[in-house]
Design a protein around this ligand. Structure first.
Ligand code: GLN
Length: 458
């Protein structure tokens, strides 16, 4: 990551970022560009450097915010119509920490509305294109973040990962992405999707950059009661067994793209040559992870999205004759189809009579998945796995079939259900020139060591 110093000015870093944003406009990456504020901040940093004052660890580094992060004075609409007129009155803790170290936000990037999706096609602003093939999806939900980094618009971008939203677009665009241990980074000021699954993470071009960003943003936040006391860099879980596992059920899955499978096999071989013992793990409960996820997640979505009623935030329907109309029409016009689908499913699985059959059962499956990972990490340091069974697919290919889209997440959601960390990293290109990526999964609080290991394997 290039940091501003006496030889490179923050203004020149920001100017080249803005130029690149302009050049890549047709990918539909940015939903908002904050040119004047970015340049003003860059000038301030350059003056500080000139005066010999200390500047932060990210001085002058241009970055993009996934548009579900709140940043004072900027729009934070989560690419959803219902939030379009909403200007953020606060800073998310992550934004605040990054800016305090001198990082410069150049704008906000596209996502599936409310982070519901696996392709960034569910956005009010339309799809973002893949960095390597404009006819293909960026992945999602943090598609804008991944493409902004892959095409060099910014040095890093923020993301949120509820079921794969950082790792899958990272894999689709050939960049690094971290989904930290649940509770590592404060979620204060980030639009909530599913609160027992959501985590904050980053996209970068190098593993070392993930480490810098984690060391700045990890830690307890009184404004987010789910944050863990800071362990990053202090008492991380060591990974010293010299054993890497792979999941037999994923490796043998007929849904797995053969080029991704070959890449997994070749990385396992490389690890073996580097002195790691490779262990086959059977994890039969993971078969139920997707079903459990698509019960727990919509249940939490239904609850989190109930606050958007046309009274408190952003957009309000103009077709209002009664209070009921205000709520119903605002929600009908403001939510995307996929948002509504999740609200309906969520309320259904929580309703009396169905709660035991769906939500409670899914919660029990979740415990079994946690147990299965705990057991696996007794015998291996980390697990190498595909992120998704597929390479970046064509725009429009899966939009008419929600279940097909949900199947994209089959290998990423177990990580969120278990609350463990995972790092996605690039492993080369397919024969058609599309990025290949894998993810490395580790036990809770192994984040720093996992980043190191992913950096070695990449
Ligand atoms: N693709 C998954 C979903 O649509 C995950 C989304 C996310 O991580 N935000 O639920």
């Amino acid at each position: 990551m290039k940091i501003a110093d006496s030889s490179t000015s923050a203004v020149s870093l920001v100017e080249s970022s803005l130029k690149r944003i302009e050049e890549t406009k047709d990918y539909n990456i940015f939903t908002y560009v904050d040119k004047n504020r970015a340049l003003k901040k860059a000038k301030e940093i350059d003056e500080k450097i000139k005066r010999g004052e200390t500047v932060g660890r990210l001085a002058g580094v241009p970055f993009a915010l996934k548009a579900n992060f709140l940043s004072k004075g900027r729009p934070a609409d989560a690419s959803a119509k219902i939030l379009t007129e909403f200007i953020s009155p606060i800073d998310s803790t992550t934004t605040e920490k990054l800016e305090a170290e001198g990082a410069i936000c150049v704008g906000c990037v596209n996502l599936d509305a409310f982070a519901h999706g696996s392709s960034t096609e569910n956005s009010y602003y339309g799809p973002t294109s893949n960095a390597f093939d404009k006819t293909r999806v960026a992945g999602g939900s943090s598609g804008g973040s991944a493409v902004a980094v892959a095409l060099g618009c910014v040095e890093f971008a923020t993301g949120s990962d509820t079921g794969g939203s950082i790792r899958q677009p990272a894999a689709f665009n050939g960049v690094f992405g971290i989904k930290p241990t649940y509770g590592t980074i404060s979620r204060y000021g980030v639009v909530a999707m599913a609160s027992s699954l959501d985590v904050i993470g980053f996209f970068t071009k190098a593993a070392e950059d993930l480490d810098i960003l984690m060391s700045i943003t990890a830690g307890q936040d009184p404004k987010d009661q789910t944050t863990l006391p800071d362990f990053y860099g202090k008492n991380d879980t060591p990974l010293n067994k010299k054993k890497i596992g792979f999941i037999k059920e994923f490796m043998e899955s007929s849904a797995l793209n053969p080029e991704i499978k070959a890449s997994l096999e070749s990385k396992l071989n490389e690890a073996k040559e580097n002195g790691y013992e490779i262990v086959e793990l059977s994890m039969p409960t993971l078969e139920y992870a997707l079903a459990a996820y698509y019960i727990i997640q919509p249940a939490e979505v239904a609850s989190n999205l109930s606050r958007y009623d046309g009274v408190r935030y952003g957009f309000r329907s103009s077709n209002v004759k009664s209070l009921d109309d205000l709520f119903a029409n605002t929600r009908d016009e403001g939510f995307m189809r996929e948002n509504k689908r999740r609200i309906m499913i969520g309320n259904f699985v929580l309703s009396s009579g169905f709660y035991d059959a769906y939500f409670l059962k899914a919660a029990k499956v979740r415990t079994l998945i946690i147990d299965e990972f705990n057991k696996a990490f007794e015998s291996v340091d980390a697990i190498l796995s595909p992120v998704s069974p597929n390479l970046a697919f064509k725009i429009g290919e899966k939009t008419s079939d929600p279940v097909l889209m949900y199947l994209e997440d089959v290998m990423s959601v177990p990580v969120n259900l278990a609350g463990i960390p995972a790092v996605a990293f690039p492993t080369g290109k397919s024969k058609d020139g599309l990025p290949l990526g894998l993810q490395l999964l580790g036990p809770r609080r192994s984040d720093k060591n996992l980043i190191k290991l992913a950096g070695k394997l990449a």
